[in-house]
Write a protein of this length. Structure first.
Length: 559
């Protein structure tokens, strides 16, 4: 009988044995050096990680980055005692990244290096989900100064016929929003086109239009990276994040079914947007002094009111940062946790699991906190627990949906709070709105028309502190320039009012008062109302009268 020798089959068997020996050695060395072992069967390679170090440097140092999550980068190495490897890892750490070394076999390292050749074209991970490149976003941000720059860059990408252009369009949309400080990205399908808009300083601004066919691809990509289901056309919410410099920016995705296709809103949660110190909130000096005193009390409640998007959360976060010290315990109950504050315990409600604001507040009290922030008081149960917490030695911050500070007390009475304990628990109530600031480079001083002059004079007459009233009545109007995207406005600032829960307020609360009666009782406190605060900002050139009228009823009768 003749034995036939199959050389190719035998070679494959030898290669398998050698590969197994390599992996066994890598496992042994991982245990020896107390490192994680990079198993080639489970190791997936992320293109953002590859961008941490160029290919030539990676090969020279014998390292292979394969995963990047936030600031943590997982890097495959074959020897921790290699000087070039150690130097490369040190250099990456010096850039603010946290290096997690994995010991891998030479074959696995070659596999990682092999992914460099298609780095520029990679748009999908092994799991099939879109791989957004943070490095590409950062590079694109440097090309954007104004909205026309975004239009041109997206049009240039649309002109290309490469398969990965949808990824590039999405990266460019995100880069444009981050570069010009947009808070939201709106993609709105119509019958013949799709409109892209950014929300700049609270106002939606048109960017460009593109075809429904391009949008269909964008919709699928956004659903993929946001963890949404592709085969569902109903309302869905998801999230993803991008890393820009040393900041991880979370993007909240909302898809809503529309007449022609799903409408998308991407909310940009930039940590830097919430890091506003109290001094930059635009609070009047007298009210600032009052707030400083109230937030440092050991117990009681401080409520901030206003509609959605009026900056209430930013204000409360500024208060928390102001009083946070290592010797106090702060717990927040939010929906959702939009920004993470170091050193503070933050918990997110989940109504689907019956974890409500009330339940979260009850649980937080068991943790012996000094300060509690409740994201919103929206029902009787939460209101009652919050009031009782303020009465039993806790300092409580929260928000309420009312039009003004005076409306807080009638609203709490509607929620079933006993008026007799209200002023014992509440220290201060605030109300606020956000107005756009005039661009300092192009604003124009103009003479007020008759209606504006009459309004300003009436407001000035109602201000008890005459030192605040300027001698000259002047107003400013927006013009528009390259630095403010031709809007005439750049950035936003708050207009505020506050009411202390003093003896005068207590005297009227027991009679189920109206907002008007509360405002009358608070007049002697010397705190500006929102209209007075806003008009003073307008005559100082901070904002315009027309912008103020967009968010405040300037025609309301004076008390």
């Amino acid at each position: 009988m003749t034995v036939q020798f199959e050389e190719s089959k035998q070679q494959r068997r030898i290669d398998e044995l050698r590969h197994q020996e390599e992996e066994d050695l890598a496992k042994y060395l991982a245990e020896k050096y107390k490192l994680e072992y990079g198993d080639p069967l489970t190791l997936t390679i992320n293109s953002d990680a590859l961008r941490v170090i160029p290919e030539d440097m990676a090969r020279h140092a014998k390292v292979g980055p394969f995963a990047l999550i936030g600031k943590k980068v997982k890097i495959g190495i074959v020897s921790p005692q290699n000087d070039a490897t150690a130097a490369a890892l040190k250099e990456i750490e010096n850039r603010g990244l946290i290096v997690i070394p994995f010991l891998v076999s030479p074959t696995t390292l070659e596999k990682i290096w092999g992914r460099y050749h298609d780095l520029s074209f990679s748009n999908e991970t092994k799991a099939g989900s879109l791989d957004i490149s943070s490095d590409e976003i950062v590079a694109s941000m440097k090309k954007v100064q104004h909205i026309p720059d975004i239009q041109k860059l997206i049009e240039d990408i649309l002109a290309q016929k490469k398969s990965y252009r949808v990824t590039k369009i999405l990266e460019m949309i995100l880069a444009g929003a981050l570069a010009i400080d947009a808070s939201d990205i709106h993609l709105e399908p119509e019958e013949a086109y799709v409109r892209l808009r950014y929300r700049l300083d609270g106002v939606l601004t048109d960017v460009m239009r593109f075809s429904p066919s391009t949008y269909n691809l964008l919709l699928s990509r956004i659903k993929l990276i946001s963890g949404l289901k592709l085969n569902i056309s109903g309302a869905q919410d998801g999230r993803f994040s991008v890393v820009v410099g040393d900041s991880e920016i979370e993007i909240r995705t909302s898809v809503l079914p529309g007449a022609y296709n799903g409408s998308i809103v991407l909310r940009v949660l930039n940590p830097k947007g919430i890091q506003v110190p109290m001094e930059e909130l635009g609070i009047d000096p007298h009210l600032f002094t009052v707030i400083e005193k109230q937030i440092r009390k050991p117990n009681g409640m401080l409520l901030t009111t206003g509609p959605t998007g009026s900056g209430k959360t930013t204000t409360l976060y500024a208060f928390l940062r102001r009083i946070h010290t290592p010797d106090v315990k702060i717990i927040t109950i939010e929906n959702p946790v939009e920004y993470h504050l170091p050193g503070i315990v933050q918990t997110q409600i989940d109504p689907d699991k019956n974890y409500t604001f009330a339940e979260g507040l009850r649980s937080a009290l068991r943790q012996d906190p000094d300060i509690i922030m409740v994201g919103e008081i929206r029902d009787s149960e939460t209101a009652e627990i919050a009031i009782n917490s303020a009465l039993t030695g806790h300092l409580v911050f929260s928000t309420l949906h009312t039009n003004n500070a005076a409306g807080t007390f009638p609203r709490l009475i509607d929620l079933g709070i006993n008026p007799k304990v209200m002023t014992s628990s509440i220290n201060l109530v605030l109300a606020q709105r956000l107005v756009r600031k005039l661009c300092p480079l192009c604003r124009k001083e103009v003479a007020p028309d008759a209606k504006q002059k009459s309004l300003i004079e009436a407001v000035f007459a109602s201000i008890p502190d005459r030192s605040l009233v300027p001698q000259k009545i002047q107003v400013f109007e927006p013009v528009g320039c390259d630095k403010c995207n031709t809007t005439g406005y750049k950035g936003r600032i708050g207009v505020h009012e506050g009411i202390l829960a003093n003896a005068q307020i207590e005297a009227v609360i027991n009679s189920n008062p109206s907002e008007r009666e509360i405002r009358k009782a608070a007049k002697g406190q010397g705190i500006l109302d929102m209209r007075q605060d806003g008009i003073l900002k307008a005559v100082r050139g901070v904002t315009s009268v027309s912008e103020l009228g967009r968010v405040i009823d300037l025609e309301e009768e004076f008390i």
